[in-house]
Design a protein around this ligand. Structure first.
Ligand code: GMT
Length: 374
């Protein structure tokens, strides 16, 4: 098939999923055309089946905000037409699904029919999408897509709850490339961070409020009272300053390091003992899956689709959102020497269920079904 993939190209789970999916499809022989405003993060190599089309956003003194949606729709029209695509797969509803709808209508006037598959990722539904300033357009463009998938059953449920959806939404979970995300031998790194064999806790996120990074630090503060431990915080975002101040107030700065935006997160995960994801909202939790693939147990909240990934008492623990006392107690259980290896082994076994090799055929079948039925 010739598939167009539209996504956000920079940091963020939906862009990572879209890029890895495109790479996986190209590997098994499909021709994949990325349409974005910037070269996607993990698409920095040559492959005969991968193409990149940059959206040209023209500014003009009249525009306070350049109309990206229109430039994107125009680019979709030309790529579909000249590259003869079979299908467009847009990741994240806003504004990709509505731009795709517009492109589809324009192409129809030229006798070209292009099926649109929209994948919902999370905040496009649970935070941004349901805001009245976007809701009518999101509802319309989901209903007008030829196929709609959500990355978890919970996200599908939330979509039906928030929007007036009149069509079927299928669940295709996120996936992991186990060749990249695997435990690597990084003993020197572990020794440098934990010279006295301290337990290493890790959190990665975009440091937005919904990630509840303060819970990570509070849990660490409590755990550290009972065992030697270190905390690595990977990523950056609006909450970073506040979190640095919290570390100072709690007096834990010597044992906490903010690493900023790291691309090779698997190297950090390779030496971690516990991954924390106490989010307020989380449709899937790709970062937790990446940790599990590196044999790291997950201590999470019960937000959104996380319990569909992290199995309570098996691959880690699942606690009520904001229950720091419970999170702390469960962290100590996981980190106890006699328990840790079992949790690590089971985390890896669970991650294998989300191997890209299992999930990619689901998308291929979904594309074929969509093309055949429209
Ligand atoms: O987590 C974020 O805020 C980024 C966001 C995105 O779209 O880039 O992530 C969402 O999509 C990921 C990939 O499907 C999911 O793994 C994340 O759980 C989801 N985030 C939220 O629902 C908050």
């Amino acid at each position: 098939m010739k598939i167009g993939i539209v996504c956000y190209p920079t940091f963020g789970g939906s862009g990572v999923v879209a890029t890895e999916l495109g790479k996986g499809l190209a590997k098994v022989g499909h021709e994949v055309h990325f349409i974005t405003y910037k070269q996607p993060m993990r698409l920095d190599f040559f492959s005969e089946n991968l193409f990149y089309h940059e959206v040209d956003i023209k500014s003009y003194p009249l525009f306070e905000f350049a109309p990206y949606e229109l430039a994107l729709a125009s680019k979709m029209v030309s790529v579909v037409k000249y590259e003869r695509l079979d299908l467009l797969h847009v990741h994240y509803a806003i504004p990709h699904a509505s731009s795709a709808y517009m492109a589809k209508q324009i192409l129809r006037t030229e006798g070209i029919h292009i099926p649109i598959v929209t994948t919902l990722h999370g905040t496009d539904i649970t935070l941004v999408g349901k805001d009245p300033s976007y809701e009518p357009v999101v509802t319309f463009s989901i209903n007008e897509s030829d196929g709609v998938t959500a990355v978890s059953a919970d996200l599908r449920k939330e979509t039906y709850a928030y929007f007036d959806i009149k069509r079927e939404i299928d669940v295709i979970p996120n996936f992991i490339d186990l060749d990249r995300f695997k435990k690597q031998r990084k003993e020197h790194f572990k020794k440098a961070i934990c010279p006295n064999d301290e337990k290493l806790l890790v959190h990665t996120s975009n440091f937005r409020k919904v990630k509840r990074v303060e819970d990570v630090i509070q849990v660490f503060f409590e755990v550290r009272k009972t065992m030697p431990a270190k905390l690595l915080l990977v990523g950056d975002g609006p909450e970073r300053d506040r979190m640095e101040r919290l570390c100072r107030t709690l007096g834990v700065c010597d044992d906490v390091r903010f690493l900023g935006k790291l691309d090779a997160v698997e190297e950090v995960l390779s030496v971690a003992d516990l991954f924390l994801m106490p989010s307020e909202k989380e449709s899937f939790g790709l970062a937790a899956l990446e940790a599990m693939a590196c044999e790291v147990p997950v201590l999470s909240s019960n937000a959104g689709g996380i319990p569909e990934l992290n199995v309570d008492g098996v691959t880690g623990f699942v606690c009520e959102i904001g229950n720091v006392a419970d999170l702390t107690e469960k962290a100590k259980i996981i980190l106890a020497d006699e328990n840790l290896q079992g949790f690590k082994d089971r985390a890896l076994a669970r991650a294998k269920e989300f191997d890209i090799a299992q999930i990619l055929p689901m998308y291929e079948a979904y594309y074929k079904k969509t093309i055949d039925t429209v």
